[in-house]
Ligand binder design. Structure first.
Ligand code: NZQ
Ligand code: ZN
Length: 380
């Protein structure tokens, strides 16, 4: 196991009716801004719950943070926040609202263009912020990352900042999610675990078992959610799995991959594909092209997650990759570029972008533009 430092300061406030605790959670003297997406929270009653919880408090609102939040939109919120002396932000919505809020919170203390913060990949300073998370997927509610797009140039990058002060997770808020967002969310959670698990064997028994536990949970609950997304306990497991998949818990002392995410972000930047849906296309390709390097871990995954213990090693690995793709398809997601209307030109454009950045992705730092081409070609 590698050396590591672990500290995750975010307070989780989990369960039915917990939005009512907002007034206790947000400092009484905060100059508060509340951020929202396109309006889902007005329809599902979350906005009313937030308003009721904060009755008598003074705050401003910023609406319209879009899926795959853009620096263009967020800059407007930063200007508003600076003008109003905002010193605490509450994000109410999905990962995009929260990620966008992370940039607003950093941008309020930054003098230049907020895109500088994204390009530098770290925010030096940020005002405190928190969330009411309504979509289990990104883990943004308990991590320090945010992924921001720039519409003008079709770019999309992650940056790192302070952690949320707290996140309120009420599984009932997820009952209104459209099925395609549930599918993308389940795929995102699954792939977050895979990025931190599918590297090499023998690094940490604890991390391996924890990751496998999350993968098995997602495989078990996915069909139950598709049958009834109003089942509180199942949605609670979905929400907690999403948080645990990307809150630093399963990456203590182990190497990580993230090539699938980097490639998926390019598909989203160029074609607007929903984040989780992009991963369902790319992951089977990463597994297949890097099967030699990941051989041992693929065999472990085949055995412990799918119970594949007989037959030749290559056969078991092939079957595990097939089952992974079948899982994504069972969610109703496309797993091929052609199904998403993406052709050869996009593959070359992505390869050029990675080459221009001198990218060397993955746990071994060997996923260059050429390997990315191979991965994407295998997904045609
Ligand atoms: O905008 P509104 O009207 O609120 O509607 C949203 C949006 O249209 C809707 N929605 C959210 N909660 C809902 C709901 N509709 C009904 N009922 C609810 N309870 O869902 C749509 C998608 O929302 P979005 O926030 O975009 O989805 P998600 O949470 O999957 O976030 C995706 C973004 O997070 C980034 C992705 O790249 C993408 O930009 N990621 C962030 C990560 C992080 N911070 O650590 C890691 C991830 O790998 C990911 O890259
Ligand atoms: Zn993701």
């Amino acid at each position: 196991m590698k050396n590591f430092i672990f500290q995750n300061p975010t307070k989780l406030v989990f369960g039915k009716g917990q939005i009512a605790k907002l007034a206790q959670l947000i400092p009484a003297d905060a100059r508060l801004m509340i951020t929202f997406g396109g309006g889902s929270v007005r329809k599902n009653g979350v906005y009313d719950q937030v308003k009721k919880a904060l009755e008598g408090r003074v705050y401003t609102e910023f609406w319209g943070i879009e899926p795959n939040p853009t620096v263009e939109t967020l800059s407007k919120a930063i200007t508003q926040g600076k003008a109003e002396g905002v010193n605490f932000i509450l994000a109410v919505g999905g990962g995009s609202v929260l990620d966008g809020t992370k940039l607003i919170a950093a941008g309020i203390l930054y003098e230049g263009d907020a895109w500088d913060i994204v390009k530098r990949s770290t925010a030096e300073r940020s005002i405190p912020y928190a969330s009411v998370m309504t979509l289990p997927a990104t883990g943004s509610e308990m991590n320090s990352g945010a992924v921001i797009s720039r519409a003008e140039t079709h770019e999309k990058y992650a940056f790192y900042t302070r952690y949320p002060e707290f996140s309120v997770l009420d599984p009932e808020t997820t009952f209104s999610l459209p099925p395609e967002q549930i599918a993308a969310g389940l795929a995102d959670v699954y792939v977050h675990v895979m990025e931190q698990y599918l590297t090499t064997t023998g690094q940490s028994r604890v991390m391996d078992r924890w990751a496998e536990g999350l993968l098995l949970t997602v495989l078990e609950i996915a069909p139950l959610i598709r049958k009834n997304q109003h089942d509180y306990d199942v949605m609670a497991d979905f929400m907690l799995s999403a948080t645990l998949a990307l809150n630093d818990f399963i990456r203590m002392g182990v190497t990580q991959d993230w090539a699938t995410h980097m490639i998926g972000h390019e598909l989203t930047a160029l074609h607007g594909i929903t984040h989780g849906a992009s991963l369902a296309i790319v992951l089977p390709g990463t597994m297949s092209v890097l099967r030699e390097q990941k051989h041992g871990k693929l065999l472990q995954y085949a055995s412990r997650v799918f119970g594949l213990n007989t037959g030749g090693e290559d056969e078991r690995i092939e079957e595990a990759i097939k089952r992974t793709e079948e899982f994504f398809r069972s969610l109703g997601l496309a797993t091929r570029l052609s199904e998403a209307g993406i052709g050869e030109e996009t593959i070359e454009e992505i390869v050029e972008r990675f080459n221009a950045r001198g990218a060397r992705l993955g746990e071994a730092g060997n996923v260059t533009g050429d390997v990315v081409r191979e991965i994407l070609k295998s997904r045609k």
